[in-house]
Design a protein around this ligand. Structure first.
Ligand SMILES: Cc1cc2nc3c(=O)[nH]c(=O)nc-3n(C[C@H](O)[C@H](O)[C@H](O)COP(=O)(O)O)c2cc1C
Length: 333
């Protein structure tokens, strides 16, 4: 019923209502009937199902996500300063494809409100059962901002993710020397992260050479894990077969990044390639296009330790978490 009502609202408003509902205790509860726990970053993870970056930018609904059954939530993208993001509309449903195009551009109230929310969550009973990540970004790629964010967030979370792959920012600090830029940013985060793992979130590519260079530079810089993949820019749309959509435009130019089922084969390819490059011990989180239990298993089978999702929740709601739990339980037998 609530899902049907949400679909009547513009997508960004529906998202806001969902966050508020979760924040104030509404929403279903799900609990594993089979033990789905695993170890990640040396900690116990209740199950390998996570909320992807961007879904709870301000860390407002952490207890609600945990009640819904998630084992992990990645808050953010957190930025140091307040910024409005791109003008609205900036989020579109692609109903036939069960996808989204988002051109959010990191709307943010700055890091202080996020830190307040993370702080007030630490004493809640749900904290013990939820792996927390902070997804951090600097619009201009400033190393001092990464260091500031890493220093402030790391005492309150279990890991940090460096968002090196958002297609929605005017300034693209990765344009000229992506590997070198990412490596410098990883080092700046690691120096400030007080021992907490630092992950790198990559954009979609099916180019082995590009991946290999990025993974090599990041590993050398001391990265603790990888995340693949972020949303797909218009320029890369040919990577998704049959993606015949009316891409939104601003000032005559196509804008935003695609998420949805078409990302799953790309995320699987990337996870597989990264796993082959880094070996079995480096954590990899798979994200992109998971909209069923079978999708989740496919990404885990490609070599991911855990998965995250966002767009699937918009279309399937909390039932998706239950379906994935069921598929994982059947797999464990
Ligand atoms: C509305 C929206 C906002 C997003 N914001 C962020 C963000 O702030 N940081 C980030 O790393 N990824 C962000 N993402 C990307 C997701 O975390 C994820 O990588 C992508 O949507 C693919 O997964 P999905 O197909 O399950 O949605 C956003 C995605 C959407 C749809």
């Amino acid at each position: 019923m609530l899902m049907r009502l949400l679909r009547l609202l513009p997508c960004e408003d529906a998202h806001h209502v969902t966050i508020m509902a979760l924040k104030y205790g509404a929403g279903p509860r799900a609990r594993e009937k089979t033990d789905l726990s695993l170890s990640l970053f040396g900690k116990r993870l209740r199950n390998p199902i996570g909320v992807a970056g961007g879904a709870d930018k301000k860390a407002e609904a952490l207890a609600g996500w945990s009640r819904m059954g998630f084992g992990m939530v990645e808050a953010g993208t957190v930025t140091v300063d307040r910024r409005p993001g791109n003008p609205k509309p900036r989020l579109w449903r692609l109903k036939p494809e069960q996808g989204l195009i988002n051109w959010m551009g990191w709307p943010s109230e700055g890091m202080e409100p996020v830190l307040d929310n993370l702080r007030s969550f630490q004493d809640k009973p749900e904290r013990k059962n939820l792996m927390l990540g902070a997804n951090i970004g600097s619009v201009e790629g400033k190393l001092e901002e990464f260091a500031q964010l890493a220093k402030a967030c790391s005492p309150l979370v279990d890991y940090l993710t460096l968002n090196a792959s958002c297609p929605n920012l005017e300034h693209d600090c990765y344009k000229d020397a992506p590997e070198q830029t990412a490596a410098e940013q990883i080092k700046a985060c690691k120096d400030a992260a007080q021992g907490k793992p630092v992950l790198l979130k990559l954009g979609p590519t099916m180019d082995q050479a590009v991946l290999s260079r990025m993974v090599g530079a990041a590993t050398e810089a001391g990265v603790d894990g990888f995340m693949a993949t972020n949303t797909l820019a218009h320029a890369d749309r040919s990577l998704v077969q049959g993606l015949d959509i009316d891409w939104p435009k601003h000032g005559g130019n196509p804008i935003g990044g695609y998420s949805g089922p078409g990302l799953l084969p790309i995320a699987c390819f990337m996870v597989k390639e990264i796993r082959a490059l880094v070996g079995k011990d480096m954590p990899i989180i798979g994200v992109g296009g998971v909209q069923s239990g079978a999708d989740a298993l496919r990404l885990l089978d490609a070599g991911a330790n855990a998965i995250q999702l966002y767009t699937g929740l918009v279309y399937k709601g909390p039932a998706l978490v239950k379906e994935i739990m069921q598929a994982l339980a059947e797999r464990r037998g």
